[in-house]
Design a protein around this ligand. Structure first.
Ligand SMILES: NC(=O)c1ccc[n+]([C@@H]2O[C@H](COP(=O)([O-])OP(=O)(O)OC[C@H]3O[C@@H](n4cnc5c(N)ncnc54)[C@H](O)[C@@H]3O)[C@@H](O)[C@H]2O)c1
Length: 275
């Protein structure tokens, strides 16, 4: 029997929280570069009554993304996308961050946009980091939004010599996610589908734990101590936002980005976290 299908990339905590909230009754394809991550999370989900299938996939490869989508369509129509795959500034080089978080996300949004069903919805996980970086020019924003995906890594602002460090690369990648979602949402809209991004602050997951134990650990600990919420967030709180965006209650929301950071960005600009 054909089912509606959720395509979920990045078998981490944020992705799982969203899949548990929105994936009931659907076939859930969970893809990750580390097959062991996808398998482990798939077992947890299946033992909780979900119907998931783990897959090895690489966000940096269009071919790998297409293979995942072809496999997904064998089960039914793709009605949901959850993109929670990514690498953080303490986990990867400038080049890898740009290839995975920026280029890979752009390819995925483009490829899913070609097959998403009418009424379908997608969310991609960006980051507060994109909000904290200084404003880009209108021209740079437009380049990030609309440059053909295969040419995007040739943009001047994305050349490693113009990027200070891995945090800067991550910020650029996440700003690009936000802009790409705006441009793609127009195309998704032609199919009656919606696409949004969520920009979380510090959410306790293995990726965040790597950051807290990495070279910027004290910076991040200070950030959540001094933000209005006074604590890091949880993946389930991110899923609360995803639920709104992916459900009929969010029917008027598309091409948008939602910051969920306990007020850290507000405090960075106008409060105790001001540099
Ligand atoms: N945790 C946070 O504090 C936080 C804050 C803001 C944004 N984010 C973003 O949320 C997303 C999910 O992060 P998380 O905290 O759940 O991390 P996580 O480490 O739990 O999960 C990320 C998953 O992505 C996978 N992945 C990495 N590169 C890949 C590739 N090329 N192809 C396919 N899969 C790949 C990893 O193997 C991992 O399983 C990331 O995009 C991250 O930048 C996280």
């Amino acid at each position: 029997m054909k089912k509606e299908v959720m395509v979920w990339t990045g078998a981490g905590q944020i992705g799982m929280a969203i899949a548990r909230r929105m994936g009931f009754g659907k076939k859930i394809m969970v893809g990750d570069k580390k097959l062991e991550n996808a398998k482990a999370i798939s077992t947890i989900m299946n033992e909780a009554g979900f119907d998931t299938e783990p897959l090895e996939m690489d966000l940096t490869s269009r071919e790998s993304i297409r293979e995942m989508l072809t496999k997904a369509q064998e089960y039914g129509e793709i009605t949901q996308l959850v993109n929670a795959a990514g690498v953080s500034p303490s986990q990867a080089s400038i080049e890898t961050i740009l290839k995975v978080d920026l280029y890979g996300t752009a390819v995925l949004l483009e490829e899913v946009g070609k097959v998403i069903s009418r009424g379908g919805t997608g969310v991609t996980i960006s980051s507060q980091s994109g909000h904290r970086m200084k404003q880009l020019t209108a021209e740079e924003d437009e380049q990030l939004a609309t440059t053909p995906t295969e040419e995007i890594l040739s943009l001047s602002i994305l050349q490693p010599q113009n990027i200070n460090d891995t945090l800067h690369a991550y910020q650029l990648a996440k700003r690009c996610n936000e802009k790409r979602v705006m441009a793609e949402a127009v195309k998704w809209g032609e199919r009656g589908a919606r696409l949004n991004s969520i920009s979380p602050g510090i959410i306790v997951t293995p990726l965040a734990v790597d950051e807290l134990n990495g070279p910027r650990g004290d910076f991040y600990k200070n950030m959540f101590a001094k933000c209005p919420a006074g604590r890091p967030g949880t993946a389930d709180e991110v899923a609360n936002v995803a639920e709104l965006l992916m459900s009929p209650q969010g029917a008027f929301i598309t091409g948008s980005d939602f910051l969920i950071d306990g007020g850290a960005t507000a405090a960075y600009f106008y409060g105790a976290l001001k540099p």
